[in-house]
Design a protein around this ligand. Sequence first.
Ligand code: CLR
Length: 403
Amino acid sequence: EEAGAVPAAAKSSWGPFLKSIASFNGDLASLTAPPFILSSTSLTEYSGYWAEHPEIFVAPAQENDPQKRALLVLKWFLTTLKQQYSSRSEKLGSEKKPLNPFLGELFLGKWKDPTGEIGETQLISEQVSHHPPVTAYAILNEKHGVKLEGYNGQKASFSGGTISVKQVGHAKYHLREFDEDYLITLPSLHIEGIVYGSPYVELNRGSTIHSSTGYIAQIDYSGKGWITGKKNTFSATLKKEGSKDILYAINGQWSDGFTIKEGKSKKELETYNAKTTEITPLYVAPIEEQDPLESRRAWAKVQESITTGDLETTGTEKSKIENEQRELRKKEREEGREWERRYFTRVMDDPVFTRLAESPGIAAEEGKTDGIWVFDEKKFSQVAEKARAGGEARAEEAANTVA
Ligand code: CLR
């Protein structure tokens, strides 16, 4: 039997599920998946996939040559794909349906660095919209002055026997030292293996990275393609804007590994093994230390009941959260206000995005939608300030008690 295929006991629920997705309305949250395909992880956690190799994430900051820097940014992007798109299948046996985050849900953590060379890398992920679902994130490394920020929503459709997902949003990678920006577009994807009950993600068409220094990376995804016949296949090039010359060419499988070659000489520069390169686990505070809006604290009961297979509790605990949310929205409507996002703000014009999105080959779709979510440094330092003040007050209180 294929790994991750429908467990015998669950086979009876898969048929009706297949029938239900045939009449799928495009809202992934409304898709009622059979229990064994439910994940206990919330979608807010997926933002962490961008930096599970902190050393590769900060590497561009240490490169003085702008062309090599652009290559390192492309390399970093490619090394995130395995975590982003195949880690559930590898760990859990198949792709799963994540928990649908509530508005204001937070997922916070850091990648610690015992060596001191990488420095601490911080993750801030917040659900900034529930209808339609949108997750915004920022990943910060102070030591190297690297900042990634972005947001992500999904538009799904059912066609040709599969679920196709278009990602709405983009990511921006910023290097403080060089005052350099990279605009990263997100690939669309589809779910394979649905009929066999072992769904997994395959990427479609292409995505791009445009830099403020004029470098353009184009990544083409071909899946079980005509090139190698292997799944997760891609080929990428890095060029200077306006030039046809390929500076670097990268080929391989994002879940397996790839080779970086110099464009002209075809000289091999590096091979990357996605299977043996270890990830750095994210540190997340223990639940009792978390804010009530933090994902693992808010969903704790649901997550536990999913893990133990207790469907009834899963249902009641999920409803509790949903009802609470409905009440909050009702109250906000009555008081004529909107939920205050803790770390992000919606803007109509983001200068970095606007400038880079004008480059040829970018589908600047966001411009036509309801604005862009940006990381709000002001809010961020206010939250940090409050936490500091709170900590000091607690310390003072403790000191007084002792005295
Ligand atoms: C979320 C943002 C991440 C990249 C990413 C990877 C996998 C995607 C996920 C995003 C969104 C939700 C998703 C998932 C794969 C399957 C899942 C589309 C884009 C859907 C909701 C599950 C459908 C149920 C099937 C398993 C039957 O950076």
